[in-house]
Design a binder for this molecule. Sequence first.
Ligand SMILES: [Zn+2]
Length: 147
Amino acid sequence: MKSIKEKVTDWVLDRIHDTRLDSEKLSLKNHFFYFKIEGFCDEPEIFLVATTFGLEWGYNTFIWDGPSIPLPTKKLTRKLPWGTLKSMNREQKKEKIINEMVKAVTSKKREYRRCQYCNKKMHLNGFYDNKTCSACAEKHLGIYIVY
Ligand SMILES: [Zn+2]
């Protein structure tokens, strides 16, 4: 099985090849490319997008505006300005982009933790407190959670 670094490397090289994602001038701007973290929990996706600022990483999520309406939004987690890439040669650029992307994947993974009761690993959103998922909080702690 390929490591996450190998998967990210293949994926980044494809994007650079297809859309010149390493180039401030030639890259396709404001197009979100999605990378799925395969085999990890619910297989979350992170995006990579080229903007006028540089390359940016993040993921899609929701914010609650009012009591019950979730609005889709994008959360940015990493940024790499074009200015940083400018002075690099092609190999250095590739390496830098791959390293930044691995960090973006790692920070997404850190949002997941294991429940002390059911031992399932899941996203923080599914937790009642640091160690207990919402379902187990109801079952084991007798806490009734209003969603
Ligand atoms: Zn649990």
